[in-house]
Write a protein that binds this ligand. Structure first.
Ligand SMILES: C[S@@+](CC[C@H](N)C(=O)[O-])C[C@H]1O[C@@H](n2cnc3c(N)ncnc32)[C@H](O)[C@@H]1O
Length: 269
C-alpha cells in the first residue's frame, strides 16, 4: 500500500489537520489563471435547491461551503463529514454558526446514516485515498434517495501538475515526485467506469485552468506539503530553494498544467 491510501498515515500525518491541504490550496488561489475559482465552479455543478439534504464526505476544513456562503439556498441542510477529527474541528470553527449544518467524523467506507437520507452527496478530491472504493460507492448509493438522488465526485486527471513533477524530478529523480500513479485508482480517466457500476448515469465535466507561478516560496510550500515532497524539508531545503529560484530567474514564471473535473452521477436515468 502506498502512503496515498494508507489510512494510518493519512490520519496521523497528511490530514491530521488542514495545514498540508491549505499550503496546496494557497498556491492554486494565488497563481491560477482561471479567476472564477474551483469551489465556485463545483458549487455551480451541484444545482442545489432550497430544502435539500446534502452530505459531504472528506470535507476537509470546509472550503467548498466557506467559498459559497453568500449563495447557499435557504433552508440548506448540510452534513459535513471527514474521517480526520482535526479536519472536522477546523470545518466546525469556520462554519459552526451556519444554520442547519452538522459536523461528524465519518469514514466513507462506513457511513452512519440511514438508506435514502440525502438528496445530494459530494466527495471532492478524496475517493483516490480510499482503499475499499467499491464499499464506499455502495455506501454512498445507499444513503441517497431513490428518487432524484445525485452524487458529485471531483478528482484529477493524468496531466495534472505534470510540469511540477518534472521540475522536482529533475532536482532529484529518486523522489518520483507526484507520480501520476498516485491518483490512478480514481482519476478523471478511471473513475467513470467505477461509478457506472453504482449509478444509472455518469457524466464528466472538466474545469479549464492552469498555474503561472512567479514566486518560489508558495511553490516550495506546496512541494513540502505533498506525499512525495516531504523529504525535501530539513538539510536539503536550501539547495532545493536555490534550484527553484534559478528556474524562475531563467523563465520568469513556471507554467503548470491543471487537469481537474467532476463526475455527476444520478441514481435514476
Ligand atoms: C485532498 S483532501 C480534500 C478535502 C476537501 N474535500 C477539499 O476538496 O478541499 C482529502 C480529504 O479526504 C479525507 N479522507 C481521506 N480518506 C477518507 C475516508 N476514508 N473517509 C472520509 N474522509 C477521508 C481527508 O481527511 C481529507 O480531508
Amino acid at each position: 500500500m502506498t502512503h496515498f491510501t494508507d489510512q494510518q498515515y493519512l490520519l496521523s500525518q497528511q490530514y491530521k489537520d488542514a495545514a498540508n491541504l491549505n499550503a496546496r490550496v494557497e498556491l492554486h488561489k494565488r497563481f491560477s489563471t482561471n479567476k472564477y475559482g474551483w469551489n465556485r465552479w463545483v458549487f455551480d455543478q451541484l444545482k442545489l435547491t432550497p430544502g435539500e439534504h446534502v452530505l459531504e464526505l472528506g470535507c476537509g476544513p470546509g472550503h467548498l461551503w466557506a467559498g459559497n456562503i453568500d449563495r447557499l439556498p435557504a433552508p440548506c441542510h448540510l452534513t459535513l463529514t471527514d474521517f480526520s477529527s482535526g479536519m472536522i474541528q477546523e470545518a466546525h470553527a469556520k462554519l459552526g454558526t451556519l444554520d442547519g449544518t452538522r459536523f461528524k467524523v465519518v469514514d466513507v467506507q462506513d457511513i452512519p446514516y440511514d438508506d435514502g437520507d440525502f438528496d445530494v452527496v459530494v466527495a471532492n478530491h478524496m475517493l483516490y485515498h480510499v482503499p475499499d472504493r467499491t464499499r464506499a460507492l455502495s455506501e454512498i448509493r445507499r444513503v441517497l434517495k431513490n428518487q432524484g438522488g445525485r452524487f458529485y465526485a471531483s478528482t484529477l486527471g493524468r496531466a495534472h501538475m505534470q510540469e511540477l513533477a518534472q521540475l522536482v524530478n529533475r532536482f532529484d529523480p529518486a523522489l518520483m515526485f507526484m507520480s501520476n500513479a498516485q491518483t490512478d485508482g480514481f482519476s478523471l480517466e478511471s473513475g467513470g467506469e467505477q461509478l457506472a457500476q453504482h449509478f444509472a448515469s455518469v457524466t464528466i465535466r472538466r474545469y479549464e485552468d492552469a498555474l503561472v507561478v512567479t514566486e518560489a516560496a508558495p511553490l516550495i510550500a506546496y512541494v513540502l506539503s505533498s506525499f512525495s515532497g516531504r523529504s525535501l524539508a530539513g538539510d536539503r531545503l536550501p539547495t532545493f530553494t536555490q534550484f527553484v529560484q534559478q528556474e524562475l530567474a531563467t523563465h520568469d514564471a513556471i507554467r503548470i498544467t491543471k487537469d481537474s473535473g467532476i463526475f455527476i452521477c444520478c441514481v435514476g436515468e
